[in-house]
Design a protein around this ligand. Sequence first.
Ligand code: NOJ
Length: 447
Amino acid sequence: MKYSFPDNFLWGAASSACQIEAACATDGKVENVFDHYSRVYPEKFANATPDDEVDFYHRFPEDIQLMKKLGLKMFRFSISWARIYSSVDGPVNQKGIDYYNRMIDCLVENGIVPFFDLFHCDLPMFVVDAGGPANPDFPAWFERYARTCFAAFGDRIQYWSTMNEPSINIFGAFCGGTCAPYLTGMDTGMQACFHMMLGHYRAVRAYREMGLKGKIGSVNHFEPVYPETDSDLDRVAADRCKAYYSGIWLEPIVYGRYPKIVTDIPYVAEHLPENYAERLAEEFAPSDFLGINYYNPNFARWKEDGKLCYETFIPDHISKDAYGFACYPRGIYDAVHYLKEYYGDMEIVITENGYGSARTGDLAVDADDPYRAEYMQIHLRELCNAIKDGVNVSGYCCWTILDTYEGGAGGYLYNFGLIQVDYKTLERTPRKSFYAYQKIIEDNGLN
Ligand code: NOJ
């Protein structure tokens, strides 16, 4: 085998509550941003709501059997805050706790390591209505929710992530107005960013205090950013872009501070919360691992615009999947090398990587997906090379196990699943890529 992975490598697949559970108002669950805004602005969600999802809520026993058949060692999923609480200070919803307990037990009984996120972009509307993460009370609300989850599920969950892709969420949802709840303005964005980090630190501290035995960290996307030319300005543009887009979350996670290259930008500096540096340093709580979602690289050039002073682009020779992600396998190698160099020798888990194809509606056509298998193979070869170089990567999660609701924009227009779902009957059919991944897992590597 040319590309063998270490023993005990965690072959995984990822998904999230708000993208496959459905049962949106079942057993006491209240509205989150996707439930709410997909009704308010259906056109932004390709006229689909999370209620039409694949109903993992009721069908997880069958789906976990398929995961077992695949040979999965780890399943990354998330807990829906809106199933556990219905207000920032109200009582716990026991039915929500019972559901996750049943599901987590089922994973454990089938020998699958549970990796759970506390928050995967699905902010409850009761948090939005109370001011969202821009409210200084957000860290306390999040800590309360985290403690409840640690107490209820912490004996079985081996990996915890506090938040999924917070920086994308911050720039899209709380600053750029491109995803729900569509807030705009740098002040709101910087406040949200800061309070979410404090929420993360407090959850990590609570976890340590509770003496639980698993690992805790968070999941962020990471894009290696390449300068368009060798000029000093383009290189600054690329470094800025990397630090603003990803480092703004990763650097405080690892070092308890924001990247200087970002706080030095006047456009950012004037919106930073008061005493942010002291407060980050004071509340800092170190993580056990870095969860990294890798889909695409980015390219940057300098642009004098009085704001961030860079613009990004993808060169024409790099192909994209139907969803719009640039396919650049070398990027996963560069990403983990960069992370090792910059953030030290922390354990890295690739928490997402996957291929979005257009749903044609013809089930036979959509199940035949050699491109998805190839996408995984070319990325895994690069990842294996990085591991051989000494980068500490302990696992890889394919995005995703079952076809999925894309809250960002796509609704059900795209397929990412190893398992196809017929949305009329909810019948599950493993795709070609499922069998390709099964073989990789069985061989613990590939040629
Ligand atoms: C990353 C997000 O975590 C996930 O929710 C989303 O479906 C994938 N990107 C694909 O867009």
